[in-house]
Design a protein around this ligand. Structure first.
Ligand code: BTN
Length: 323
């Protein structure tokens, strides 16, 4: 992509101007071509100074996601081979489920800058203002149905690994699939599936990461339990770089999962803060209190109750009673 090349060259020489001729020579296109790409970058929202005798220089960058930039240098095997980016959509999960029914290939990623009806777990809403990441990945694993819940755990491992790498913060997983920073939620994952009898048609893994949002803008009840990467690190996060890293980690962990899900569970257990805690878990109309022992091979939480008996929980909300 010449446009991406021009952008990267201009970014690297921020201090000074670069002439159209020099740019044209560097990437092997005509000066008219360079000019056309500069105009296109301006339409994307980049502020570019163009001074006749000196050339071009970037003065400001928009905080928007661009499909070509996300794809550039991604180098994944399956995830992100096809990317669809929307300024606004009802829900990336809903769109990805529709696309999957229309035979979109495995690894297709649907991204939106904002969602008008973002979906959370257990029928909740996912508030989706600008500045964060909202995306869904279409998967078509050839696995028995009972292994499908492990896809969400695999997703949490990928997201936490990427956040740790990109932002140098100690993100952890709370069972089943919340990502926490300083005890507050920074990311949620929602898996939806289409299946017939014991065969999976497709799975959509939806991921929402609170990146550059100010949690103060959220309604009071959500604000108390939510944080963002920007408010934890005190700096604006490059959303494109973070998204690319998450897609790379997903690409890696999805292959690990297909090969042997025990390895995903081992990684999940290393990254979770739930195991060993005294917890209350609500779900299926009851609240259980006890100590979280681990997860079984289907990703269900194993809880040891005070009477010494053990229960496994497939879905629910965990509250940490004591660490
Ligand atoms: C949760 O409740 O923790 C799950 C939240 C999942 C939100 C993401 S945002 C992208 C994708 N599209 C949706 O509508 N939901 C998921």
């Amino acid at each position: 992509m010449y446009k991406e090349k021009i952008l990267n060259i201009l970014r690297a020489s921020r201090s000074g101007f670069l002439s159209g001729e020099a740019l044209a020579r560097k990437i092997g296109v005509s000066r008219t071509m360079v000019w056309k790409h500069i105009k296109s970058l301006e339409r994307d929202g980049f502020g570019i100074d163009a001074v006749p005798s000196q050339g071009y220089r970037i003065v400001s960058e928009p905080d928007i996601l661009r499909q070509s930039e996300i794809k550039a240098g991604l180098k994944t095997r399956v995830i992100g081979k096809e990317i669809h980016l929307y300024p606004q959509i009802s829900s990336t999960n809903t769109r990805a489920m529709e696309m999957a029914s229309d035979n979109a290939p495995a690894g297709t990623v649907v991204i939106a800058e904002t969602q008008t009806s973002g979906k959370g777990r257990l029928g909740r809403k996912w508030i989706s203002p600008k500045g964060n990441l909202y995306f869904s990945v279409i998967l078509r694993p050839d696995i028995p149905l009972y292994r499908a819940p492990l896809i969400t755990l695999m997703g949490a491992v990928a997201v936490v690994s990427a956040i740790r790498k990109e932002c140098q913060v100690n993100a952890v997983i709370k069972w089943p699939n919340d990502v926490l920073l300083s005890g507050k939620k920074v990311c949620g994952l929602l898996t939806e599936m289409s299946a017939e009898q014991d065969r999976i048609r497709h799975i959509v893994l939806g991921i929402g990461v609170d990146v550059n949002m100010d949690p103060a803008s959220l309604p009071a009840d959500v604000r108390m339990v939510t944080t963002s990467l920007m408010s934890e690190t005190n700096k604006e996060i490059n959303r494109t770089a973070l998204l690319q890293e998450i897609l790379r980690e997903l690409d890696h962990w999805y292959q690990v999962f297909l090969h042997d899900s025990a390895d995903v569970l081992k990684a999940w257990e290393k990254l979770t803060m739930t195991i060993g805690c005294r917890i209350a878990v609500s779900g299926a109309g009851e609240v259980l209190e006890g100590s979280a022992q681990g997860v079984d091979r289907e990703g269900r939480l194993i809880v040891k109750l005070d009477d010494g008996t053990t229960r496994t929980v497939a879905a629910g909300d965990v509250t940490i009673v004591k660490r």
